[in-house]
Design a protein around this ligand. Structure first.
Ligand SMILES: Nc1ncnc2c1ncn2[C@@H]1O[C@H](COP(=O)(O)OP(=O)(O)OP(=O)(O)O)[C@@H](O)[C@H]1O
Length: 245
């Protein structure tokens, strides 16, 4: 298992927001975490990473910090870039957990590969703060790729990306899973989640309502219960389009 969380519970401001969630992620899975606003998706990811207090067990949070940083990369929901560093330096920060700390030959190769994979070569020298929001997002994904971890945890990675970039990002995550890595990403677009993820976990009010292949999770009754929506499905050659109505 790449990550196992067992009976994970989180309380925020004295309000329980996650209630005993258990989940095991395998190598090669692209798991989409879906659920309404406030369902607890970010809280689950943050607790699994050991970034916020929780009760229960997370195999990741239990690791010493240096091992954890070589096991899981994290793309947080707030895409803050704190300093005016170049894109190349920002991406190289992903190498800090590794022995060269960003300066070895291997670090440079990994950094260059991540920059190329995210199509950021034209921006290498540009101050990351002077990129558009979507470009900054891609630079932060590149930093996570440079970290070269078996697990990538991404909180709403396609938020704010244009349609082509959304597809590119999800294709990349599917490729990473194809290479044997594991990706856990929260996604609001149910159609894209259905098309690209190998498994979906539906969270509602801090509980796992469904966990399995997309077609088993995106059932009408479950979507009505979780989101209070009815959906219309259109099968396309690229997979289902799911339209909330
Ligand atoms: N820093 C915080 N302090 C207090 N309460 C918080 C904090 N962050 C989130 N919460 C609360 O915890 C609950 C779960 O929030 P969380 O961000 O995990 O949901 P989410 O499913 O990721 O939502 P979204 O889709 O809107 O990003 C919400 O009720 C939210 O108000």
């Amino acid at each position: 298992m790449v990550l196992t969380v067992t009976r994970l519970s989180v309380t925020r401001r004295r309000r329980p927001v996650l209630h005993g969630v258990s989940l095991a992620l395998n190598p090669g899975e692209f798991v989409g975490l879906i659920g309404p606003n406030g369902a607890g998706k970010s809280s689950l990811m943050e607790a699994a990473l050991g970034l916020i207090p929780f009760t229960g067990i997370s195999t990741l949070a239990a690791m010493p910090a240096d091992r954890r940083a070589r096991h899981a990369a994290y793309l947080p929901q707030s895409r803050e870039i704190a300093w005016p560093v170049s894109v190349a330096d920002l991406v190289a920060l992903g190498r800090i957990p590794w022995p060269g700390g960003g300066r070895s030959g291997i670090d440079r190769i990994a950094t260059d590969a991540a920059i190329a994979r995210m199509g950021l070569e034209p921006f290498r020298k540009r101050t990351a703060l002077r990129l558009s929001g979507g470009e900054q997002n891609r630079a932060l994904i590149a930093r996570a790729l440079a970290q070269d971890t078996p697990l990538l945890i991404a909180d709403e990675p396609i938020a704010g990306l244009d349609p082509a970039q959304q597809l590119a990002c999800l294709r990349l995550f599917r490729e990473l899973a194809g290479e044997g890595r594991t990706v856990l990403a929260s996604i609001h677009d149910l159609g894209l989640a259905a098309r690209f993820c190998s498994r979906l976990v539906l969270l509602s009010n801090g509980h796992v309502l469904a966990d399995g292949p997309p077609e088993a999770v995106l059932r009408d009754d479950l979507l009505r219960r979780a989101f209070n929506i009815t959906v219309r499905r259109v099968d396309t050659p690229d997979g289902p389009a799911i339209l909330p109505v």
